[in-house]
Write a new protein. Structure first.
Length: 444
């Protein structure tokens, strides 16, 4: 009897600890008027605002907007979404925009202290500086940089150690979010871009980029995958004529995305069986996964093996248009392995350039950043199997069996660049993503 009493007290204590460590189920951004913040750091008076404006170097400014979703994937408040869309539409009436969306992952949310927000701000500030420099070099007006942070409850428990046990709970939530309002939000942003193009009769320089990390990458992929499959088949040229592959917006970037490779199978198969792409073909989707990601390399397959125990699978045969050889894809292995770690789908390796002194990569000035991106864009046009493209002080090496300019890049990233699942703020990776955005969004 005494034993059961002790056991009960321990159980109650554990439950109280867990409940006490639950992350709040709230909407963080409840004020929809624009908060102009002149200070370098996010001040407390703006912490509840969904629309913010910050200064960048040389007189530039950038916008940071928030749209939030609940645990069921529904918009917390449709007024919040419309306040962001209306603000961007008003900005687009008089200027071109460079719209960058970020969807955070595991252990993050839209609270003002979240580290992902500061990293996103750094990217937006850098893009603003680059826009000013490109404007000075080309004479084209600098685009207004506008960031949209899509927030959801990626952190359900705040207690150290215990929070690491929420991986699969948050994966399930991410799946719900991907089936909720995210597709609507992204589609409305793309519509804004298309309306701008229509009004300017094809002379618009407004561009849209979507970035997702971890389960945020899974949310982005699941929200857009059927659209992307349709556009790969349709292409951008006349009906019945093979042309450039159209993506969603101008570029989708997924960093350490937490979804199984089998969900990417159709896009991998289609892009692999097409052996040639035109020089005008730009990247459509870039998947970056660290070779040191233990959450995806160890925990992910264990959970997938358990959840797919009663499923049946088979070997899939496909033809690689580059090698003209038949490839066999183990469907069962693809169903338990994270997309970026599934070797048959890998198209690139990303690693530090060995000819640079230590510490140089990631230290680029705006001028160097723009010059590097333009040089990389030229190298992309001359891409071929096995090519090595210098970009941001790094080397992007294409596989020998991947077609030139295949717009779906699946990159295995050196462990020194992304050291684990959550640490994505290395200056070299941020600079690489910035330059990849420039490659995909800067007109010739």
């Amino acid at each position: 009897m005494k034993f059961h009493s002790v056991e009960l007290h321990v159980t109650v204590l554990i439950l109280l600890m867990v409940l006490g460590g639950c992350a709040p189920f709230v909407q963080y951004r409840t004020e929809y008027d624009l908060c102009v913040n002149p200070t370098p750091e996010l001040s407390r008076e703006c912490e509840n605002h969904a629309l913010l404006e910050f200064p960048a170097a040389d007189g530039a400014r950038y916008l940071l907007n928030f749209i939030e979703f609940d645990d069921q994937g529904q918009l917390w408040d449709r007024k919040q979404m419309w306040s962001v869309i209306d603000k961007l539409s008003a900005e687009a009436a008089s200027k071109d925009l460079l719209i960058t969306v970020f969807v955070h992952g595991w252990k993050h949310n839209a609270e003002h202290t979240d580290k992902n927000i500061q990293t996103f701000r750094n990217v937006l500030a850098g893009l603003s500086e680059n826009e000013l420099l490109i404007s000075k070099k080309t004479g084209r007006p600098a685009r207004q940089v506008a960031g949209i942070y899509l927030g959801w409850r990626g952190e359900s428990i705040t207690m150290p150690v215990v929070e690491d046990l929420t991986f699969w709970d948050r994966k399930n939530t991410a799946q719900k979010v991907s089936r909720g309002g995210v597709t609507e939000v992204l589609s409305r942003l793309e519509l804004l871009k298309r309306v701008k193009e229509n009004i300017s009769q094809g002379n618009s320089n407004t561009r849209l980029v979507i970035v997702g990390h971890s389960f945020g990458g899974a949310i982005v992929h699941a929200s857009l995958v059927q659209i992307l499959e349709n556009r790969f088949v349709r292409t951008m040229g006349p009906v019945g004529v093979q042309s450039d592959v159209e993506g969603f917006g101008n570029l989708v970037v997924l960093i350490n995305p937490a979804f199984e490779a089998l969900q990417f199978a159709s896009l991998s198969d289609m892009s692999t069986e097409r052996g040639t792409y035109f020089k005008s073909q730009l990247p459509v989707m870039a998947i970056l996964t660290s070779e040191a990601d233990k959450a995806l390399g160890n925990s992910f397959p264990i959970g997938r093996h358990l959840s797919t125990f009663f499923e049946k699978d088979r070997d899939i045969r496909r033809t690689n248009a580059v090698t003209q050889q038949e490839e066999i894809i183990d469907e069962g292995e693809a169903n338990v392995t994270a997309v970026g770690l599934f070797q048959p789908y890998e198209t690139h390796r990303l690693y530090p350039s060995h000819n640079l002194p230590k510490g140089v990569a990631g230290q680029s000035s705006s001028s160097e950043s723009v010059s590097s991106a333009l040089a990389a864009k030229s190298a992309w046009e001359d891409d071929k199997p096995g090519s090595k493209i210098p970009i941001a002080g790094l080397t992007l090496e294409r596989s020998n069996i991947s077609a030139p300019r295949n717009p779906y890049l699946v990159m295995r990233v050196d462990k020194n660049l992304i050291t684990n699942h959550t640490h994505i703020d290395d200056g070299r990776i941020i600079e690489f993503i910035k330059q990849l955005i420039l490659i995909s969004t800067t007109s010739p």
